[in-house]
Write a protein of this length. Structure first.
Lengths: 376, 282
């Protein structure tokens, strides 16, 4: 085991390989408050990459309802149960990561889902949690009853558990963009990666007899374009780019701005220790204890920052750029009430007003001698 | 050196620690019985005159991941040769044959290992740097591919919804490549027109297992409800690079591994044996 630094848990940790950060790291921010679970992302990915034989059950991208939705069944609660529920309550995580908690003879603490676990892709859809609503109740934040949608892809972790689990070193992390791939010529279908990945985002193909996973649409990234799940998002909940480590954060990098500067987006289950690189704006209507378990230290501060976005024009500018263009936005700038996005070579690729123009028409239309109603 | 290594390996295997180097060296090995004819030896009847050697199997605990309690504790081995081929009959107890690899299930497997340089003793655990081994691995799911055709989702999951539309069927070959994954890239694991249930591999230590360019081995198998009976056959001459020679009149070493699919044994999670002497009778 080597010692590597994981900034998300604020300390060094054990990992089977020496730490070698890529030149830049694929990352995305998903705003859970905007997701409506339309599954456009899931279908875009399905059509692009998993229409083949043996891939029928796979969703490299899926959207599940939380807290009762899972794909595969119970993926996160099963791992949390094995790890022993230890939330990251401060900047430094004091519990054990999945690498540090690995049983004797294993590289990672994990489990192999059973066939039936993959069967109910949309189990728990829209099921809500929380206390009963009594007579006289009214909506409060956080809600008495709540649920939210969690869109999930491979996190292209800095310290991937799939990569750590593979005894053949068939999984590698691209030095140019941090995308994690399974070498399709080298894999022998042991499923150690399926067992090891806590997010359950590697899949065994029983027809090709090897495992497969999200490739972050790397051919598109190489052309400076966003991945297909991001491009298909009609709710504009997603922003794709590259994340830096905190000490190298660049304020004009929209991902860095959200993750490191405004700290409005948090990793998914940082206590697992893999340093996942899809960051989530936590749902603002959900109890803090749940958010703390799922998004770690700072989830409450992220909610606070998000609720203040209407007063924070720079933050509003970045959120305005979500889903604004098919090109990867490397830098952003706000000019007054307009957000600008730039590609890697500095070309302006997005220009979006922070506010839509609005016209307030009088209740009485004198020209037509009619009254306007706000219902029809 | 050879005696020391053998003694060490046998102690590790769980045999009585009191076994001396002399006793280990005198341990019974596998001796090939000569049968007539030429070509691959696929028929179990060919082994009728060959004595069986009971090989003790031990858990693989030298590297991770490991399974300290594999399902199989011994393997019966018989060996024959004809004019140009060697055959190994491998039999072991397994009352739950696993002949297809499902999403959460593994197929049964057995393998024989030979040092590439005859008579040497590389590390018994898949060889070592500079101590290359040839491994012939029979896979139950490959046997089913050969006997019944390539696996389909409908066969594995007859009650599941499985779309019959696949991009690969509706695109020019050059564009379909991206939709066929490991099949397009020629990974032998994914061969859809399989002709052999045995994969011909080489290794120089853990994690280095690599298919040989020349695939020269084949196999046959039956299961009687309680035991597997598997034949692995290959030419006596070593064909292609990194092929162990089995020239008549020479002696070398051989070792074995067994995987029980029902117990989720795969890769490094296996039961294996130390080297035993192998005589290729003239």
């Amino acid at each position: 085991m080597s010692r590597v630094h994981n900034w998300q848990i604020g300390r060094e940790m054990e990992y089977p390989y020496e730490g070698a950060r890529p030149k830049r790291q694929f990352a995305a921010v998903f705003d859970t408050n905007k997701c409506i679970a339309c599954q456009s992302c899931s279908l875009a990915c399905k059509g692009a990459w998993t229409s083949g034989r043996g891939q029928e059950y796979m969703f490299w991208n899926n959207v599940e309802s939380k807290p009762y939705g899972f794909f595969p069944l119970g993926w996160d609660v099963k791992t949390l149960e094995k790890l022993g529920v230890r939330d990251q309550k401060g900047p430094v995580y004091e519990g054990r990561t999945l690498f540090e908690a690995a049983p004797d003879g294993e590289r990672v603490l994990g489990y192999l889902p059973e066939d039936s676990d993959w069967t109910f892709v949309n189990v728990g859809e829209d099921d809500s949690a929380g206390v009963g609503i009594d007579r006289g109740a009214f909506f409060e934040i956080p809600h008495m009853q709540w649920m939210f949608y969690l869109a999930r892809i491979c996190n292209h972790c800095t310290y991937p558990a799939c990569l750590a689990s593979c005894p053949r070193q068939s999984i590698y992390k691209r030095p140019e963009d941090g995308v994690v791939l399974i070498d399709q010529t080298r894999c022998r279908g042991y499923r150690e990666c399926v067992k090891g990945c806590p997010y359950k985002k590697t899949f065994f193909n029983p027809v090709t007899k090897v495992s497969e996973k999200c490739i972050a649409c790397y051919p598109r990234i190489e052309e400076g374009r966003i991945s297909t799940c991001m491009a298909a998002c009609i709710g504009r909940i997603r922003l794709q780019g590259f994340v830096s480590t905190p000490e190298n954060a660049r304020e004009d990098n929209p991902i860095d701005f959200l993750v490191h500067v405004r700290k409005v987006a948090r990793p998914l289950y940082p206590q697992f220790g893999t340093e996942p690189n899809v960051y989530y704006v936590p749902p603002i209507h959900v109890p803090a204890a749940f958010l703390g378990q799922m998004f770690g230290h700072g989830a409450d501060a992220a909610v606070k920052a998000y609720r203040g976005a209407s007063e924070d024009k720079d933050l509003l500018a970045v959120f305005t750029l979500f889903g604004s263009c098919p090109t990867l936005i490397h830098r952003f700038r706000r000019e007054g009430d307009v957000a600008l996005g730039f590609s890697e070579d500095g070309t302006e690729v997005a220009r979006v007003p922070l506010y839509e123009p609005s016209i307030i028409r009088p209740f009485h239309d004198a020209a037509r001698g009619a009254y306007r109603h706000n219902t029809t | 050196m050879r005696r020391t290594l053998l003694a060490l390996a046998l102690v590790v295997s769980g045999l009585p620690a009191a076994a001396s180097a002399e006793e280990a060296a005198a341990a019974p090995g596998v001796s090939m019985v000569v049968v007539g004819g030429k070509g691959p030896i696929a028929d179990v009847a060919a082994f009728a005159q060959a004595p069986a050697l009971k090989v003790v199997l031990m858990p693989q605990v030298a590297t991770t991941p490991r399974n300290p309690a594999p399902a199989t504790s011994s393997l019966d081995v018989r060996a024959v040769r004809n004019d140009d081929h060697a055959g190994f009959l491998l039999e072991w107890d397994d009352d739950s044959p696993d002949v297809r690899a499902r999403i959460d299930g593994f197929g049964d497997m057995v393998a024989v290992q030979l040092p590439v340089v005859a008579g040497t003793l590389p590390a018994p655990f898949m060889g070592n740097k500079g101590g290359r081994v040839q491994i012939l691995q029979w896979r139950a799911d490959w046997q089913t591919d050969v006997d019944k055709g390539a696996v389909t989702m409908r066969e594995l999951y007859p009650n599941a919804y499985a779309s019959d539309f696949h991009h690969e069927d509706h695109l020019p070959a050059a564009e379909a490549v991206a939709y066929r994954g490991a099949v397009s890239l020629g990974n032998p694991m994914s061969d859809r027109q399989r002709t052999s249930s045995v994969q011909d591999l080489m290794a120089e230590g853990f994690g280095s297992l690599t298919p040989r360019q020349t695939q020269a081995a084949s196999g046959a198998a039956s299961h009687d409800g309680k035991r597997w009976h598997v034949v692995i056959t290959r030419p006596l001459e070593g064909r292609g690079e990194s092929a162990a020679s089995l020239a008549p009149g020479t002696s070398t070493n051989i070792s074995f591994a067994v995987w029980n699919g029902s117990h989720r044994e795969v890769g490094a999670r296996k039961a294996w044996a130390a080297w035993v002497p192998l005589a290729v009778v003239k």
